[in-house]
Design a protein around this ligand. Structure first.
Ligand SMILES: [Zn+2]
Length: 248
C-alpha cells in the first residue's frame, strides 16, 4: 500500500482535501472540500487490489434471484430507451450478465464485458445467446467499437482512478448514445449526513468500494468528460442513477 496522500480530488480535480477521522477495514478516508467526494486514501496499490479480487468470488451471490434481476434491468433499460429503437448495448462490468440478457430480450444487440474471467464464464453459460468478453473498457475503447447504450452498474465505486475509465466510456458511446451509470448514493435522504455515522453503512466497504459519490460530487467528473444532459432521477433507495449523453 502506498502512503501518498492524494493531492487532487478524483472527481473535480480540486486540491483542497481533508482527512476524515473514521476508518473502516483498516482504511482511512478523505473528503474533497470542493465537491464533497469521499474517497479512500491512500488508495490500495494495484497488487493489493488484484489480491483482494482474486478471493472475491461474488459470482455465486450474483446468481441468486436472477429472474428478478433481469426484470429490474429490463425496467431500467426500457425507462431510459422508451422513445428509441433498441440498438447496440454493452454492459461494462457485467458480472454474470443479467443486464445483458435483459437488453437482449428487449431486442438490443447486447454484449457484456468484465475483467473477472470467472464471472464471464458463468455469464456465457447462463445466457448463451448474448455475447460476453473478458475485457477492460479501456481495451474496448482502443478497438474503436461504439454503442448506442452503455450500461455500467455498481462499478465506479470500485475504481481507484476514474479518468481513464470515463474517457474510455465516452469513447465507446455512439453519437446520440446513452450512458447509464448506477453507484451507491451516499447523499441519499435516508442516510446520515455525518460520515462518522455513514461509515457504518454496508455500502461503505473498502477496499471493495473506494469512492463514495453523491449527486453533487459525481457532477464535476461527468462534466469534465464532456457528458451533457445529465439526469439523476429521484430514487427511494440509496442508489444514484445517472443518465447522460455526450451531445444534446
Ligand atoms: Zn472534488
Amino acid at each position: 500500500m502506498s502512503n501518498v496522500i492524494a493531492h487532487r480530488c478524483p472527481s473535480c480535480h480540486g486540491g483542497s482535501i481533508s482527512p476524515l477521522e473514521s476508518r473502516k477495514n483498516d482504511h482511512a478516508f478523505v473528503a474533497c472540500n470542493t465537491c464533497d467526494l469521499i474517497f479512500v486514501d491512500p488508495m490500495p496499490s494495484d497488487d493489493a487490489l488484484s489480491d483482494f479480487y482474486d478471493n472475491y468470488h461474488k459470482s455465486a451471490q450474483y446468481l441468486s434471484k436472477l429472474d428478478s434481476k433481469i426484470r429490474r434491468a429490463k425496467k431500467r433499460i426500457r425507462s431510459v430507451n422508451w422513445l428509441k429503437k433498441p440498438g447496440t448495448f454493452i454492459d461494462v462490468g457485467c458480472n454474470v450478465g443479467f443486464a445483458v440478457e435483459a437488453a437482449r430480450l428487449l431486442g438490443f444487440d447486447a454484449s457484456g464485458i468484465d475483467i473477472d474471467a470467472n464471472a464471464i464464464e458463468v455469464a456465457q453459460e447462463q445466457f448463451s445467446q448474448a455475447k460476453f468478453a473478458v475485457q477492460s473498457v479501456q481495451d474496448l475503447a482502443e478497438s474503436g467499437e461504439k454503442f448506442d447504450f452503455i450500461y455500467c452498474s455498481e462499478v465506479i465505486e470500485h475504481l481507484p482512478e476514474l479518468d481513464s475509465f470515463f474517457a474510455a466510456l465516452v469513447k465507446c458511446l455512439s453519437e446520440g448514445g446513452v450512458l447509464y451509470i448506477t453507484t451507491p448514493d451516499n447523499g441519499h435522504f435516508s442516510l446520515p449526513n455525518d460520515f462518522s455515522k455513514l461509515v457504518e453503512w454496508t455500502s461503505v466497504r473498502p477496499p471493495e468500494h473506494l469512492m463514495y459519490f453523491t449527486k453533487s460530487s459525481v457532477a464535476p467528473l461527468l462534466k469534465r468528460h464532456g457528458l451533457r444532459s445529465v439526469k439523476m432521477p429521484f430514487s427511494f433507495k440509496p442508489t444514484l442513477k445517472i443518465i447522460a449523453k455526450v451531445k444534446g
